[in-house]
Design a protein. Sequence first.
Length: 273
Amino acid sequence: MDAILGEISRRLTGQWIQIAVSGVLFLGVGWVALTLGQRHALDHGLLLSRVDTLVAGIDGTTSLIVRAVLLTALGYLLGMTAHMTGSMLRRLWTDRWPPPLHWIEKGVVVLRRAYFGRRWPDRTRELPARYLPARATRVADRIRLAHERVDAEYGAHLGLLWPRLWLMLTPDERGPIELSRAGLDSAAVLAVWGAALVGLGWWWWPAALIGLAVVLVARHRAGTAVGALADLAESTVDSQQRVLADRFGVPVIDGRISREDFRQINDRLAKGA
């Protein structure tokens, strides 16, 4: 128990430091933006002189500690705000958009389907409708496709099956999935910081360029993470057929559970809902 509590404490401390540091870094960029402005955006001489003035204004160790504590606290608050906003962004990335945004989502889906049809006309004609774009983002569609592919292959409802299947996995089997999920979460937070830097471009144009680069990196990381997450979810269902069969008391035929048995499992998990 002491080892478990120690590990939890270590992780929480590391996360607290990471959140605070990211907030402090953004405060630093904000200070540079307000100090230089657009007219002196690349004037490093002016920046160094302002830094010297700022350092000279610190009188004594006590003043330095107080300012450091206040700066860290403010950075932590900004970091927590970015994490909460990132959580909201992740939901928009990976799920259906809630009202009233669902009307916008429908329009985006129409545009994405039209683009898909122009770019891959042969695939559009050959693919079943369930495999065509149906969400506002590629990330959300990749997650949805994992559900569709599992249903097409086995007749299993991944949304109902996954929480129970997760409990059956060993810590080693959960590791890659947790890593991919953490990558998606961090990508969403990184995108929030990037958008905030783009906003600072109103006062200091280099911040907008930095922010745009950060957003593009976050978008790439999100796509990579969700691709790995969806593949791992499908692979888990593929490789855990015998475990599922033992837990639900159904036979395994040719290494897999039949579609009829999976339909019965779906009914049991839905509990009549």
